[in-house]
Design a protein around this ligand. Sequence first.
Ligand SMILES: Nc1ncnc2c1ncn2[C@@H]1O[C@H](COP(=O)(O)OP(=O)(O)OP(=O)(O)O)[C@@H](O)[C@H]1O
Ligand SMILES: [Mg+2]
Length: 246
Amino acid sequence: MRPTTESGLAVRAHHLSRRFGDFTAVDSLDLDVEAGEIFGFLGANGAGKTTAIRMLCGLLAPSAGEAWVDGLPISTHGEAVKRRIGYMSQRFGLYDDLRVGENLEFYGGIYGLDSAAIKARRGELLERLDLSQALDRPTGSLPLGYKQRLALGVALLHRPPILFLDEPTGGVDPVARRAFWDLIYEVAAEGTTVFVTTHYMDEAEYCGRVSIMVAGRIQALGTPASLKAEHGARDMQDLFLKVVGT
Ligand SMILES: Nc1ncnc2c1ncn2[C@@H]1O[C@H](COP(=O)(O)OP(=O)(O)OP(=O)(O)O)[C@@H](O)[C@H]1O
Ligand SMILES: [Mg+2]
């Protein structure tokens, strides 16, 4: 039994806040994300996106407010939340000195999969992420685009219903970014909720809805088309500049 009535919502934040000393990084965030959405969590450097995601993933305690992930309150169900989410952190978090296959095995163990399940899932993901050729390569030797696909694979190992991707395509070339978004679409088509941050406005356009965060607060929220119309913006880049200001 779910302890709340937030069913149908993948993510709900209510007055979610985080302070560091006197500084408020996330300021009373209110947000609902429906199950199955591709939600773009946008904002300038330092707006508070990673801080908010770390709270939603149960990795950082809020200073105030509450959030529910897959219906579970993060304040009391942090461990259960971690089992229901996949998290691709902004900083590459895999072991460079392990081979590609070993990283998947290692994290499969952390997620509590047994060895038969890990083997099956590893094969499936390598194929899907076009990494089969790289199975025995040391992770540290891979091009960034491969590393990011592997990090996505690790986040998907335990088939989480919700994926948090924090700048998953930062620094990779446009072709690799397009390929990565094809994967995001595939995963979303299976019903997975995707909560993704990006600084690339072409990617923002691929999202069903986006929010734009400024100094810890959400300043704009809606579909790319509705937000462009509302702000009289030519494109997402123009919208971003109008909302964030210069
Ligand atoms: N542990 C911390 N201690 C103090 N300040 C922090 C800490 N973590 C984050 N901050 C500050 O909180 C603010 C928000 O940081 P955060 O990393 O959430 O921004 P972001 O929107 O993810 O930015 P970027 O687009 O650069 O990744 C920044 O000013 C950052 O310096
Ligand atoms: Mg960040």
